[in-house]
Design a protein around this ligand. Structure first.
Ligand code: CA
Length: 233
């Protein structure tokens, strides 16, 4: 499952160019033309990074950035602002509002992609490293092997994807709907209870008798990888 980038840009040609090139680099890409559309996307699925155009109709890029920073569940999403050439003041305001980086139009694609990777490494190292180690649980993205306390854990493909997805952002609570979209993909129709079934299988596979369960059930909300489990003892 690739890292997902939400591109918020009202100019169609730029949006198409970005989608094409980011997908070619292996990212999952969603696009929105307006701030409202972006908020709807985010409500449905939190992206791993947002490319945000400054000049948008209705809600401006800067206003959208401010709103995202003000909400707990979106405060940490890395944001790169796309600004017009020579608008020094925009950049300063963008960074002051909480954007992590900015890039000036017309931009160089290799530079933009390098900035995206650098920001993802800094903000979400769990998204990009080949091997994830949280507590005594290890997941290797290259070999798809999972180990707990140095023993091999055998997971079905769905349980593997579910674990990998939850481990990306320890502490982040995902609704069943978000897990279905992120793990199963939104083109597949599966019942939300399917998530519970696979979480159950995952738990049985990774937890032995007295071991702490790293998966937290959040009543009325969904599931999270327990951030306390992720911290070194
Ligand atoms: Ca624009």
């Amino acid at each position: 499952m690739p890292a997902t980038i939400l591109v918020v840009e009202d100019e169609e040609d730029i949006s198409i160019l970005l989608r094409y090139n980011l997908e070619a680099e292996g990212f999952g890409v969603q696009t929105a033309e307006t701030g409202h559309e972006a908020l709807e996307h985010i409500q449905h699925q939190l992206p791993d990074l947002i490319l945000l155009d400054w000049m948008l109709p209705e809600v401006s890029g800067i206003e959208l950035c401010r709103r995202l920073r003000a909400r707990e569940e979106t405060a940490q999403i890395p944001i790169i602002m796309l600004t017009a050439r020579g608008e020094e003041e925009e950049r300063i305001r963008g960074l002051a509002t909480g954007a992590d980086d900015y890039i000036v139009k017309p931009f160089s694609l290799p530079e933009l992609i390098a900035r995206i990777r650098a920001l993802l490494r800094r903000a979400s190292p769990n998204l990009v490293t080949a091997s994830l180690k949280l507590g005594d649980l290890e997941l290797d993205r290259t070999t798809h092997r999972v180990r707990r306390a140095n023993r091999d854990v055998h997971l079905g493909p769905t349980e593997y994807r579910l674990l990998e997805y939850l481990m990306r952002h320890p502490g982040r609570v995902y609704s069943r709907e978000q897990l279905l979209d992120g793990v199963w993909g939104n083109e597949v129709y599966v019942d939300e209870r399917t998530v519970d079934v696979h979480i159950g299988r995952l738990r049985r596979a990774i937890n032995r008798a007295r071991e702490t369960d790293p998966i937290r059930t959040v009543r009325g909300a969904g599931y999270a990888f327990d951030e306390r489990f992720a911290q070194p003892a």
